[in-house]
Design a protein around this ligand. Structure first.
Ligand SMILES: [Zn+2]
Length: 313
């Protein structure tokens, strides 16, 4: 029996637009999945949808099925209060509401942490001592595992690298101003490096507000200005990797999220990073998430299994 063999388990990945439920066998092979829209109107509707998805998993695999949840936002470890900008449950007592909805509390993890946890257990960061999972999508955030286990967090935050400031030296290098961020501040890394930031960089360089896939297609066709825009993006993203390396010192960084699906993105970032690091800083290995979009829900299921085995999660 390998260390990954275990019990059948299920996960929920809750984002701003959909709640995905996925069932896995004991070897973490996916068996079935179902997506429903995320209710945006009220906490009651939200927890009803969660209960429906958990009920679907239990109908397939039994009432005792271990289930874990990955979601955008966080649950404060001390109070159990949910904090999230994209779900209608901010301020709700998560364990109490889940118990009310599905009969028992379920372990909950931030979705960036779930990416790192999934990839550090059977994925692209298997065996890494310090594994970072970096989501480059509509937002930018990271998770962190030590020897395959989620790193303890005081306030429940993931690695909020997206809302750290973009270094002034990087903005000066590219002649960029302080761009506003969804968090209400300006100059955050996310404002430049997330999907909307790519389009804004393209616009800044006179290409129009091209979304990342179209920009990548234009670069692939040999358009020098599109290639230049992606190089600027990679240079700014490398500043985020530099902050991660200087603070967390991971041996592996796994890339997830929509932008990670641009062709050659790991190679592009690996090429940009050395020039941004302080001399003598070790380079992490950059890899794409092995489980792609499903890594978060896989991490949630692993968390459910870990909790069922008696771990304190
Ligand atoms: Zn911000």
């Amino acid at each position: 029996m390998t260390k990954r063999a275990g019990m059948i388990c299920g996960g929920l990945d809750i984002g701003g637009t959909k709640i995905e439920a996925r069932l896995f066998d004991g070897a973490m092979q996916p068996l079935d999945s179902r997506r429903v829209p995320t209710p945006r109107g009220s906490a009651d509707a939200f927890f009803a949808a969660v209960a429906d998805q958990v009920g679907w998993l239990r109908a397939a695999a039994g009432a005792d099925l271990p289930v874990g949840i990955a979601m955008t936002g966080m649950v404060e470890p001390g109070t159990g209060i949910a904090r999230t900008a994209n779900l209608p449950i901010s301020g709700q007592p998560m364990a109490a509401r889940l118990t009310q909805a599905v009969g028992r509390p379920l372990p909950v993890m931030n979705d960036s942490m779930a990416l790192a946890y999934s990839e550090a257990n059977g994925g692209a960061a298997e065996g890494a001592a310090a594994a970072v999972g970096l989501i480059l999508g509509t937002g930018v955030a990271a998770g962190f595992c030590v020897d395959g286990a989620p790193a303890p967090r005081f306030g429940g935050l993931p690695i909020e690298i997206g809302h750290s400031g973009m270094p002034a030296r990087a903005l000066a290098r590219h002649g960029l101003g302080l761009w506003g961020c969804g968090c209400g501040r300006a100059g955050c890394i996310e404002a430049y490096v997330a999907g909307p930031g790519v389009a804004r960089i393209a616009e800044h360089l006179g290409l129009g507000p091209e979304p990342a896939p179209r920009l990548a297609a234009r670069a692939a066709q040999g358009e020098a200005a599109a290639e230049q825009a992606l190089a600027v993006w990679a240079d700014l993203a490398a500043e985020a990797l530099e902050v991660l390396q200087m603070t967390i010192d991971p041996d592996v960084v796994v890339l997830g999220g929509g932008l990670s699906q641009m062709p050659g993105v790991a190679e592009r970032l690996a090429a940009a990073l050395p020039a941004r690091l302080m001399a003598g800083t070790p380079l992490p290995t950059l890899r794409l998430a092995r489980f792609g979009d499903a890594s978060g829900v896989r991490g949630a299921a692993l968390l459910g299994r870990r909790a069922a085995a008696g771990a304190n999660v």
